[in-house]
Design a protein around this ligand. Sequence first.
Ligand code: FE
Length: 352
Amino acid sequence: MLNRVLFITLACLSLFACAEERAQVDSPDSEMSVQGSMLEITNPVIVYSSRQEYLIKPLFDRFTDETGIEVQYQTGEEGPLIARLQAEGEATFADVLYTVDAGNLWSASNRGLLASVDSASLQQNIPEHLREPLGQWFGLSVRARTIVYAKDRVNPSELSTYSALAESQWRDRLCLRTSKEVYNISLVATMIERLGEEATQNIIEGWVNNLAAPVFSSDTLVIEAIAAGQCDVGLVNSYYLGRKQVDDPDYPVALFWANQETSGTHVNISGAGITRYAKNPEGAQRLLEWLSTEEPQIMFSEMNLEIPANPTVPSAEQVAAWGEFIQDSINVEAAGRLQAAAVMLMDRADYR
Ligand code: FE
């Protein structure tokens, strides 16, 4: 128990090391902070989270209200958090790793940092394509990476698939975020799984040919470039457009669900797994199971404009306004498994 209390102190000390490793990001998923100080802890669940405090604290507070189980957390950039989990090994204080993008979760499970969980309620609440086949991590919310377009310059009837954005009608009209970012790596990885390397490379080369501007560092900048008339179409995660639409209901950029006539829109997750050396695996499993139920699922959607992973739970109004769509049913673990192949392919295609 003393060790569990010590966690809080160590977490504060290690903050500075983590902060130095922090990479450039645009997502508010990734701020760094520590909750609590020298608290007397009975039996908390300890979470390492790459999601920002404002997104996780309300959820954990509700969980504590309902179960009496306290949750302690440390937030940070996903890379350093996973590296830290690995460095700590058996001595880790973390019971749960909670992060965004299946590529990151895959990286943690591939390093042997997560435990398999056999939970009937998680298997029931989370669809098969949104969880690791052995139960090492589970999607808790869904984000779609899809097409956005300028309302005044594009008719949605002109849009169809990710592949079609490689066609010549989009020459000098496409904006993309950098290929270095995990969301695009995951998208291309699942395209490789669906279409094979050769067809995927042809598409990526077509995209690069069609770029209206050098690649951007964030999804938000892609959306703003379309709004400003710099380009007409782009690929972004749905919640970034949602934020713009909350601020301005008449925002000049709209969302189009890609691949509805083919394989479905590419989706990714925020998700969590129980650490291999968790000291409180029972509490951790209760937390994950609870996060897959209706109330927290609605909170995900309302707080970050994401789509509930549990298909029986309705999306927030703002999200539902984009309409129903078919998700690509490829297991999101492909995003991790084919990550290296995707990076090399984008390099060959000159996608910077
Ligand atoms: Fe993001």
